[in-house]
Design a protein around this ligand. Sequence first.
Ligand code: ZN
Ligand code: FE
Length: 256
Amino acid sequence: MSKLNVHQYPYLSDNYGVLLHSPDSGETTCIDCGDANAAKAALKKTGWSLTEIWVTHHHGDHTDGVVALKKETGATVKGPAPLSQNIAGLDTTIKDGESFSFAGNTVTAIHTPGHTKDMINYYLPDECIVFTGDTLFTLGCGRLFECDADTMHTSLTKLAALPADTMVYSSHEYTLANAKFALSVDPDNKALQMRAQQFESLRADGKPTVPSTIKEELATNPFLRSNDPDLRAFLGMENASDEEVFAEVRRRKDNF
Ligand code: ZN
Ligand code: FE
């Protein structure tokens, strides 16, 4: 097991890509690639040589650069086994609960359908890192394009059960909009109010609000707080199931 270096870089209008690098072995992976030029610029900046690409889901902003980057670098490409025909350039598919090794570190796939049916999140327990794609965002969660609310709720529950200090690398900078919405359904949450303020100043300085941690999300992300008494009271859903509360919060965000 070796300590890994992380380099996060923005691309397109609001995406984040990540390079993960082992100084010991020299191995480097890129999580998603919606823009080969942005990934190449990040590789040039770090001086790292790409050996792998890990794809979270089939959307173009996560995959459009995969084939070009693979061709240029010779990297091998891992991606979701479910509906793998939807992603060009995959060498290896991975399904829920499967693990592989990266520079001596265990990487476990967590299938988190909801935003898409194929979504795979990559969890590195030794490094306390999870790459959540478009499932769990800082203060938000992905839109339900291909699955129902119950399916997404189950997926988010899997992520919420990871150790509290796990760092959450998500794929988009949506946080200020997410914070506005979160405050609309959880207005008296002090931790949320403080975080929203911190994020305002981070973004004013052009800094990312990603990564987050599971602990911070549990305290402030309304999509992980279906069982919170204050949130339930605000929605008038004291006696509803967690799934019903989640579906209502998601519905409100869609119309916010
Ligand atoms: Zn997506
Ligand atoms: Fe996306």
